[in-house]
Design a protein. Structure first.
Length: 752
């Protein structure tokens, strides 16, 4: 184009042809514009029409020349802000072109050209803060690992060393039989290392350290989750049922062999018709005083024991939960030791065992069904810590109340509801480690002419993963608190501890399910490959939300425990009494809901841990009071309590959720106060702030409805969540490295 005025069209011609396709609409738009310009001669119009002829596109060389001219102008004149600015320079500041600013800008709009974006595409050397952001260590990873491991540091290191051995290389065979035997062999190795008997009394060969046992369960969960469940069934459920429900005669006879895996066994509670409702189970144990025996019987197919780990292949005995029948009187559910196979693995007479077969996950565990056809066992086989049959053949118990005895018996087995959430936590840590390490090195897109950017630099990717990392740290400290409460339990606290364990089991396992799904998506197609392990983590932990108690049912249990404070007051507490309860118990002044506080948005307030905890406490107490008030109203109106609870079930979940979130935040904040290393404390504090604010953001609808916050405040919280994600991002890789997951266990190529 010799005519400098015509050069004004170069940016437009380049942009419409740069995608190798000039659309009919673009052609007509340009043709109409050129035809309408009186300052262009007919000869010049013909020349310009030739440049937009659909049948004769410009050559690659022509496009390259146009682009080079444009890029040179942008490099020489950084002040260029629009496509029209380029046209003016190319036209050598021609006055006619300058006067056509409105017409040219309208043409850009008609062609769908976005000026700022187009300018950015022409820039060849771009340095942006997004592309320059990167990982950096602001704290010592080893010190944070020590803080996380705490008193169990030694046993955790021992377990990590064992599962890093060559014999613990992952089983890759798709043959379930091969996989099951490999998992069984791994359990034998762990038993030889005295890890299985860690919780049992020393006089029976154990380590007498329940804290170490839970740490073992969590650490093994960095490896293979089938191994964890098989380990937990054998040494946890089977062994602990003997230890918790039996007496010395049972300990001396069984515990040592259980701990060494010479006596593999099962925990047979769940029935086809009755899962969470243990009281409703139908297997019977009928006492015969003449022979001093019990007859264990499955009355019909739907009363069979189902989903029993160790049943399909390896179990030789089972703790069987059955209704005790004496002289045709039902004395409720009790526990009995029932042989199911001999030492040569032959199934015994009267026992029918089925195989649950291929499952969604955990296929290294031999889950099975068990039916009993009038199987006779000795009187000594009743686990008689809380109930027994005396010399006269009469039922007796140190706990007179049937209800209390039942819940006391189940309460001794609460350890399973600590082991499972800790195992789920480890799976979440594995998933986050894979996803965050991958997103730190996986590059996608970037400024035109610049290098591609790590996807962890993108704000949305941070939003997806970093709040979940904060939540995982929060749950870590909350589960350590739960473990400590359980180990140092007092009888008067057991009901509260059982409810807390039930709630944390639900909270942790639901969290893991959500986290692993997000990690899978955040890794794109790589997350879908089995070699990167997220599929195994997802599939294996899927059942965690429904075993050891269905999560929704457990949350109802938690809510009922919280409402127990109200039970004595239901008949007399009025609306004002409930309101006073909220504020007195939460220690929140009514003044906090004044217009100034509800809309305060400065950073110091938004980041204040007291504001966070007060907000969580307020939601907990208000939600509880609301549910109590509604229950009272329904019962006062004549509704049966059972029906009233059914009506408010959705509120019950809210009550439990608010309670657990408060517990988790409270323990997170307390744990931070005990951290002595300054740098570790600073980064963990940010995680605490992010956990608190992301939960408030999640529940912002509730806070707005309640009037506890105004829109300006929830918007400020959203902005701060984004900012904290950005600030934590450089430490994200170090934060997952602090989990210290062995590389042989992590195994995912994208994370190594």
């Amino acid at each position: 184009m010799e005519n400098s005025k015509l050069k004004a069209f170069i940016p437009l011609f380049y942009l419409v042809w740069s995608d190798d396709l000039l659309t009919q609409k673009e052609f007509i738009t340009l043709q109409d514009f050129i035809r309408s310009q009186s300052w262009i001669s007919e000869k010049e119009k013909g020349f310009l029409f030739s440049k937009v002829a659909i049948s004769s596109p410009p050559s690659r060389g022509q496009l390259a020349d146009w682009k080079a001219e444009i890029e040179q102008i942008i490099q020489e004149k950084p002040s260029i802000k629009s496509i029209f600015d380029i046209s003016i320079v190319l036209s050598e500041n021609d006055a006619i072109i300058k006067d056509l600013a409105t017409a040219f800008i309208k043409l850009e709009n008609d062609l769908g050209i976005l000026g700022e974006e187009a300018i950015g595409n022409f820039k060849t050397k771009v340095k942006t803060f997004t592309s320059n952001y990167q990982s950096a260590n602001t704290f010592e990873i080893e010190k944070l690992t020590q803080i996380l491991d705490g008193e169990q540091s030694a046993i955790i290191k021992k377990v990590k060393s064992i599962i890093s051995r060559p014999e613990f290389a992952y089983e890759t065979s798709t043959d379930t039989a091969v996989y099951r035997e490999k998992v069984y062999d791994w359990c034998k190795i762990l038993a030889k290392e005295n890890l299985g008997n860690m919780a049992y009394p020393k006089q029976y060969g154990g380590g007498e350290n329940i804290g170490d046992y839970f740490a073992i369960m969590e650490t093994l969960s960095y490896h293979d989750l089938s191994l964890v469940i098989k380990f937990g069934v054998q040494f946890g459920l089977w062994g602990t049922s003997i230890q918790s429900l039996g007496t010395k005669k049972h300990y001396s006879k069984y515990l040592k062999n259980i701990g060494s895996l010479q006596l593999p066994g099962c925990f047979a509670m769940t029935e086809t018709n009755h899962g969470s409702n243990v009281k409703g189970m139908e297997t019977t144990a009928t006492y015969n005083h003449d022979s001093q025996t019990f007859t264990i019987h499955t009355p019909h197919e739907n009363a069979q024991k189902e989903y029993i780990g160790n049943a399909a292949l390896h179990g030789q005995m089972a703790t069987v939960f059955a209704k005790l029948i004496i002289d045709k009187i039902d004395y409720g559910v009790n526990a009995f030791i029932v042989p199911i196979r001999d030492a040569n693995s032959k199934i015994l007479k009267g026992i029918t065992i089925g195989d649950c077969g291929l499952k969604m996950g955990l296929n290294g565990v031999d889950n099975g069904t068990i039916r009993f056809e009038n199987v006779v066992i000795s009187k000594e086989n009743m686990l008689d810590r809380f109930a027994s049959v005396n010399e006269e053949g009469k039922f007796e118990s140190p706990i007179p109340s049937d209800n209390r005895r039942f819940f006391t018996m189940l309460g001794t087995l609460v350890g399973g509801r600590i082991g499972i959430p800790r195992s789920a936590l480890a799976a979440a840590k594995s998933g986050l480690t894979i996803a965050i390490k991958y997103s730190d090195k996986r590059r996608q897109f970037g400024p035109e002419g610049g290098s591609e950017v790590p996807i962890l630099n993108y704000r949305m990717h941070q939003r997806r993963l970093i709040p979940l990392l904060a939540k995982t740290y929060a749950i870590h400290f909350a589960l350590h608190y739960l473990t400590s409460r359980f180990i140092n339990k007092k009888e008067s606290e057991m009901q509260e501890i059982e409810a807390l364990a039930a709630g944390m089991k639900a909270y942790s396992t639901w969290s893991t399910t959500d986290i692993l799904q997000e990690c899978r998506e955040a890794c794109g197609g790589k997350g879908y490959l089995s070699e990167n392990r997220i599929d195994a983590l997802k599939n294996d932990t899927e059942i965690y939300t429904t075993f050891e108690g269905d999560n929704t049912v457990l949350m109802q249990l938690v809510a009922k425990n919280r409402l127990s404070e109200f039970r004595k007051s239901f008949g007399e507490m009025d609306a004002m009494g409930i309101i006073n309860y909220v504020y007195e118990n939460a220690k929140i002044a009514i003044s906090e809901k004044n217009p100034i506080i509800t809309r305060i948005t400065d950073d110091a307030h938004i980041l204040d841990d007291e504001f966070h905890l007060n907000a969580f406490q307020h939601r907990e107490k208000t939600t509880l009071a609301s549910a109590a008030k509604r229950l009272k109203k329904l019962i006062d109106s004549g509704l049966e309590p059972y029906d009233a609870f059914n009506v408010v079930q959705h509120q019950m979940i809210d009550v439990a959720q608010a309670y657990l979130e408060r517990i988790v935040l409270e323990q997170f904040q307390k744990a931070i106060k005990s951290i002595k290393d300054k740098k570790s404390k600073e980064i963990v504090l940010k995680l605490s702030q992010l956990y608190a604010l992301s939960q408030i953001e999640k529940n912002k609808g509730w806070y707005l409805e309640d009037g506890y916050m105004e829109a300006a405040k929830t918007k400020a919280i959203r902005k701060m969540v984004n900012q904290l994600c950005w600030e934590i991002r450089p430490d994200a890789v170090s934060l997952v490295k602090a989990f210290d997951i062995p590389e042989s266990c992590l195994a995912a190529p994208i994370a190594l």
